[in-house]
Design a protein around this ligand. Structure first.
Ligand SMILES: Cc1cc2nc3c(=O)[nH]c(=O)nc-3n(C[C@H](O)[C@H](O)[C@H](O)COP(=O)(O)OP(=O)(O)OC[C@H]3O[C@@H](n4cnc5c(N)ncnc54)[C@H](O)[C@@H]3O)c2cc1C
Length: 378
């Protein structure tokens, strides 16, 4: 439905093949065990998918925004958990690209270029989820280091990442002023990984707590200016929220395809259930929502590709629309499969559990609606 260049189509087809042939069996297993698998990292390394946003100079693919989102969509269509890894890698790289100075680019991107480096992005705290200004984890300058105390929770790739982009409070007590972004190495003294979460969905993506106890973060690891972390965060989410939207789009697409094919094969009352108008209308409504989400996502991606940065409400609309669609479409897919849809033998129940996370991560859909309404009413 959207116009793609030859190169974008080629990358999309390559990733689709990889997902269908190699990821599909892993998707079932990691969902069942609830454990992240290193195999996924190795596969992504082989195809350079962890370097999509890395500048070419450092051995990355430096893809345009559209291509990056297409990759997330294709992976999520088959294994949403694994798409979390690419989306998080991209989120972290986005913040570094937006905030790093030349010396930091050489240091961080140089390391990433060598390969096998997993990234993670940490903002949420037990008392600061939607309310980012309630953040408490604090970084205090002491000579050449910031001494950090506090914790983060629900962090994707926590415990498996090599480098983390983390936001801490560097001044004030509350509010979004006085936050700063940092790159934290996994071997930082005083840094540790806490509980690994047992989740409803996205079970093959590791999510954990992070602890900082007098952790010593070199001051040259601060991204951008001290106290300007909120600006970095907002610039970052303009891009990263579309990543979650694409995850949702991929999940919805996977569920719709499965339900469509199933409806053509399942015979009740002597004919395939797809011959019933009741089922046809459900499928048509699912398709309308999927294509409308796709249009909104890739229209916003095209704006980013043209260098337009004033996209915050559009990224919020795309994220809301696609994740609400993913929830609705996967629920309807389970309905179309009937009792079989409710069983773990078929992928649609996993997709329904995975879809739920897309309405919560990178800012809940209530927060997105606040952003959209705010932009309309200002
Ligand atoms: C699978 C998963 C992976 C995640 N990965 C990461 C990660 O890698 N890094 C990271 O930093 N975080 C991550 N998160 C955390 C996620 O971003 C937060 O869970 C999310 O921002 C919501 O915060 P909260 O859970 O504290 O909910 P709360 O902020 O407590 O919200 C609870 C409910 O209240 C609603 N609400 C809150 N304020 C308002 C308001 N003003 N008006 C109307 N409704 C409101 C919310 O929409 C929600 O429905 C992850 C979460 C999940 C589930």
């Amino acid at each position: 439905m959207i116009h793609l260049t030859e190169e974008q189509q080629m990358i999309r087809e390559t990733v689709r093949k990889l997902a269908e042939e190699k990821l599909a069996p892993i998707a079932v297993r990691i969902d069942k065990t609830g454990k992240f698998s290193r195999e996924v990292v190795d596969l992504f390394e082989e195809y350079d998918l962890l370097k999509l946003k890395l500048p070419k100079k450092y051995g990355g693919l430096d893809t345009d925004h559209t291509t990056y989102y297409l990759v997330i969509e294709e992976i999520a269509r088959v294994c949403a958990s694994s798409s979390m890894l690419i989306a998080t890698q991209g989120s972290c790289l986005t913040s570094i690209r937006l905030g790093a100075n030349k010396e930091q680019e050489e240091r961080f991107f140089g390391r990433l270029g060598k390969g096998n480096v997993i990234l993670s992005w940490a903002m949420t705290e037990p008392n600061a989820g939607s309310d980012v200004g309630a953040m408490r984890a604090r970084a205090v300058l002491d000579g050449d280091y910031y001494i950090v105390n506090g914790s983060k929770c629900f962090i994707t790739a926590g415990g498996i990442a090599d480098m983390y982009t983390v936001f801490f409070r560097t001044s004030g007590e509350k509010g979004t002023d006085g936050l700063s972004g940092f790159v934290v190495d996994k071997d930082t003294p005083g840094f540790s990984v806490g509980k690994i979460e047992d989740k409803m969905g996205m079970r093959g993506s590791q999510t954990s707590e992070l602890f900082f106890e007098d952790a010593r973060v070199p001051k040259e690891n601060m991204l951008g200016k001290e106290g300007k972390g909120w600006d970095l965060l907002i610039e970052s989410v303009k891009e990263t929220r579309l990543g979650i939207a694409c995850q949702a789009l991929g999940i919805a697409e996977g569920a719709l395809e499965f339900a469509t094919n199933y409806s053509k094969e399942r015979v009740q009352f002597g004919k395939p259930i797809s011959k019933n108008q009741g089922i046809q209308f459900m499928l048509a409504d699912m398709k309308i929502q999927v294509e409308a989400s796709r249009a909104l996502i890739f229209q916003t991606a095209a704006m980013l590709d043209r260098g337009i940065r004033d996209v915050l409400p559009y990224a919020a609309m795309a994220k809301c629309m696609a994740s609400d669609t993913a929830m609705k479409v996967t629920t309807d897919a389970v309905q179309i499969l009937g009792g079989y849809g409710y069983m773990k033998d078929y992928p649609v129940e996993r997709m329904m559990r995975d879809a739920k996370s897309t309405q919560i991560t990178e800012g809940t859909n209530q927060i997105q609606r606040m952003i959209i309404a705010g932009s309309m009413l200002k």
